[in-house]
Design a protein around this ligand. Structure first.
Ligand code: HEC
Length: 558
């Protein structure tokens, strides 16, 4: 999955030399400003608190290297057109602010011209900043040069998609709109409470009947937000109601840079909810060679009571990379594999359960206790694969991509030769009709379709789904011109035929489409499932896209 695009966080700070110059420049500009109108400041403060403080902080200091400061920001003085444009259409990629370097993204802010003027005036004249007030006219003129030339166009682009058509015998409804970007859903198996994990660490309770999220754990309560880019993508709840969350943090205090992985476990219960996350396992490996640091994501308890963990690859396809600050050595012992951990251990040891799995954002067990992973193939055009996982086996990555015929030198010139004697277990073959299918000669799913979370449909599901897996496909818009471009964006049913071993096959059908970047699916009983849409529109080329999505429910008609 090209999580790299969507989960891209700042690519680390290099403290620039121009901080002093920036300050002096501001001081000169600031001298003769008339104080902005008090009512505009008051309106701006309110908007700031609601819309901006989460990232830029109540004191405007930001959280370097992730969120830039507004204090001493030249974007509110000499680069004010840039600030208007940033709020009007969002901002991503490398930027310099007050002598510091950032490379992250800010979603477009759904504010009208007057509101943008108010909030920028407030930021431009607080915490020691002194700048001329922004007017609605200035904002209107600036916005007209942005991707969404009017406020109305921006609002239009940010709307949620209409609900996809429900399959016969089911209904689909929106349960709640996400408060921020969410990556994972989990349910307490005893209390049946539903939790949602944010990409930046906070944990929410989903109130199914009121249709809202309530923050339960704040990211800054347990994570050191200022130590490097964070991504949290895995969460589960055990039979005792304890919450398990895994975080990835880019650490750059030494070379080569590291990915620090921590599995957190709740240590208390407060008001019936897990609380106080404590580190249970802490480990590091060299951060990805390029943009492909997939990190550690899915956590789930197997039928054996052990905790299984997906550790994604640190390369696209085994390439060495050339960043002098990063380790260039390809995959390491604990990447591109599944771990198995003993949850009873106080000092858990990582046991690699199976290898050669590029990035299984989703995996699940069937009724027979057999484990299947759904993983993302390399960026060029290798297929995405579903594998029947058995302990100790190797599933090919980075030597063999699915059951693709290996063509030396093309298109993965860097693909390392397999160690002598290493045998690979082939993936499940997709017999179609949906999701790719064998017509394309590939297993298991279309290239770039990015399988996400998956579940097994047990006895509580209606016959049409019972005994199959459901898997979300996040979708991708990155395909090279020759490849199918916009694939995925759906929920598939995958029915495996184990009789065909060792080349297992599956019939794949579409359950829901199109969905807006569905990233996870959760079974909540009586055949009902929740689907987590990461964002709103599908087409990032013409829409904002960078706004948090929602949770849908697919339920059988009783
Ligand atoms: C989700 C976090 C987030 C929110 C919410 C947010 N920003 Fe930003 N903002 C960022 C990031 C990250 C950048 C830098 C983007 C990059 O690296 O390309 C940024 C950049 C900026 C900049 C230009 C750089 C600077 O620091 O001066 C301004 C001005 C700004 N934001 C103002 C605002 C205002 C005003 C609001 C509220 C209406 C807001 N932002 C809401 C994350 C956020």
């Amino acid at each position: 999955m090209e999580m790299r695009v969507d989960f891209k966080l700042a690519d680390m700070i290099r403290v620039g030399s121009s901080r002093l110059a920036g300050l002096m420049c501001l001081a000169v500009l600031g001298v003769a400003q008339a104080a902005p109108p008090a009512d505009q400041m008051a309106r701006g403060e309110k908007i700031f608190t609601e819309k901006c403080a989460l990232c830029h902080q109540p004191n405007g200091a930001g959280v370097p290297p992730v969120y830039p400061p507004l204090v001493h920001s030249e974007w509110l003085g000499t680069k004010r057109d840039g600030a208007v444009k940033a709020l009007s259409e969002g901002l991503s990629g490398p930027v310099d602010v007050a002598g510091l370097h950032f490379d992250n993204l800010m979603p477009a802010q759904i504010l009208d011209d007057q509101q943008v003027a108010d909030v920028l005036t407030y930021a431009g004249n607080s915490w020691g900043n002194e700048n001329a007030a922004f007017t609605a006219d200035e904002v209107r003129a600036g916005r007209s040069k942005s991707r969404f030339p009017t406020y109305e166009k921006l609002v239009e682009s940010a709307e949620y998609r209409p609900l996809p058509a429900a399959p016969s015998g089911f209904t689909v409804r929106e349960v709640a709109k996400s408060p921020e970007f969410l990556t994972r859903l989990a349910m307490d198996p005893v209390r049946k409470t539903i939790y949602a994990l944010a990409q930046l660490g906070s944990v929410y309770v989903l109130d199914m009947s009121a249709g809202g999220f309530v923050q339960m754990i704040k990211a800054s309560d347990y994570l050191e937000m200022d130590k490097g880019d964070l991504a949290t993508m895995g969460m589960t709840v055990d039979a005792q109601g304890r919450l398990w969350v895994v975080s990835n943090q880019k650490r750059t205090e030494s070379v080569p840079h590291q990915n620090e992985v921590v599995i957190w476990r709740s240590s208390e219960t407060v008001d019936g909810h897990p609380a106080k996350l404590q580190p249970w396992l802490r480990t590091r490996y060299p951060y990805g060679v390029g943009p492909y640091n997939h990190g550690v994501s899915h956590l789930a308890f197997g039928p054996d009571g052990m905790l299984y963990v997906n550790s994604g690859s640190r390369t696209d396809g085994g390439e060495p990379g050339n960043d002098p600050e990063r380790s260039t050595g390809g995959e390491v012992d604990i990447t591109a594999c599944l771990w198995r951990l003993d949850p009873r251990a106080e000092q858990p040891k990582i046991e690699v359960y199976a290898r050669g799995i590029r990035n299984a954002y989703g995996f699940a067990w069937d009724d027979a206790g057999d484990l299947f992973t759904f993983s993302n193939g390399p960026d060029y055009s290798a297929p995405e694969e579903m594998d029947f996982i058995q302990q100790g086996r190797h599933y090919g990555f980075p030597y063999q991509f699915a059951d693709w015929p290996v063509k030396p030198g093309f298109p993965y010139a860097h693909t390392p030769p397999p160690p002598p004697g290493l045998e690979f277990t082939p993936p499940v073959v997709n017999l179609g009709p949906a999701g790719g299918g064998s017509a394309a000669g590939l297993s298991t799913f279309d290239a770039h379709s990015s399988p996400g979370g998956s579940i097994w449909c047990g006895g509580d599901f209606p016959p049409v789904l019972r005994g199959s897996f459901l898997v979300t496909r996040f979708g991708n818009l990155l395909g090279p011109p020759a490849a199918p471009d916009d694939v995925g964006f759906d929920l598939l049913s995958v029915r495996v035929d184990k009789g065909a071993a060792p080349h297992l096959t599956a019939k794949v059908t579409t359950v829901l489409a199109p969905l807006a970047r569905p990233l996870d699916v959760l079974s909540i009983g009586r055949g009902r499932v929740l689907i987590l849409e990461y964002t709103r529109p599908i087409d990032f080329k013409s829409k904002t896209g960078w706004l948090p999505g929602r949770v849908l429910e697919l339920a059988p008609i009783q």
